[in-house]
Write a protein that binds this ligand. Structure first.
Ligand code: DX5
Ligand code: ZN
Length: 218
């Protein structure tokens, strides 16, 4: 079985101490740092932009997993890649020309990934698959941290795994904690984003270890 990777989402971090918190997550065994970019248009919330990606780039060697919840991502993917993003995820719901955006990400020397909202069917990624490195399945409605895990959305991972085969990573995002981890791993997810369950805890080492242990209980 593929090794599960854990991507703490800095949306739940203390921004007054962001650099230290990112370093802590690395020391605690994180595999990626997940950065949630929201524009107040595709999703109701406004969060961070390329400056935060640059800041993260200065303090960690870990791959930066940048999740763009913005309209017209084609206008910004190069900027995020230049700021230091390693993986750039774009929502299929925001991209009428998904193939072009994925190519732009590749040309900017980042790894493209595509995201499905809870209501978007698995089949939407079928044609783009040969061109992406990862598929991200939302297990909450995008926009906020700390929401309740939606099992009905997570079940889509089973169908996505059937479509993508064993070699493409499937990331899940939203409500992931030690309780929901075995569920999503049993559905076929191998990359786990967790905000509140990691940065919301004072013992981040223990929090990441608890998710890792839970991923083996399948
Ligand atoms: C939600 C974001 C998530 C969020 C997850 O729109 O994409 O990455 O940080 O937060 P938790 O793990 O608290 O549900
Ligand atoms: Zn996210």
């Amino acid at each position: 079985m593929t090794t599960v990777r854990i991507a703490p989402s800095i949306l739940a971090a203390d921004f007054a101490r962001l650099g230290d918190q990112i370093r802590d997550a690395g020391d605690a065994g994180a595999d990626y740092i997940h950065i949630d970019v929201m524009d107040g248009r595709f999703v109701p919330n406004i969060t961070m932009g390329p400056m935060v990606v640059e800041t993260a780039r200065r303090v960690t060697q870990l791959p930066l997993d940048v999740h763009l919840m913005i309209v017209e991502p084609e206008k910004h993917v190069e900027t995020f890649a230049r700021a230091g993003a390693d993986i750039i995820s774009v929502h299929v719901e925001t991209c009428p020309h998904l193939h072009r955006v994925v190519q732009q990400i590749r040309d900017a020397e980042a790894r493209p990934s595509v995201v499905l909202n809870p209501h978007t069917p698995a089949v939407m990624i079928e044609e783009i698959l040969p061109f992406v490195d990862m598929v991200l399945v939302m297990t909450v409605r995008p926009g906020f941290g700390g929401q309740e895990f939606m099992d009905a959305a997570a079940r889509k991972v089973i169908e996505v795994r059937r479509i993508v085969g064993p070699d493409i990573r499937i990331e899940v995002d939203g409500g992931i904690d030690p309780q929901t981890t075995p569920i999503v791993v049993s559905y076929g997810a191998d990359t786990l984003v967790a905000g509140s369950a990691i940065f919301g805890q004072s013992d981040r080492l223990g929090a990441i270890q608890a998710i890792r242990d839970a991923s083996k209980k399948v």
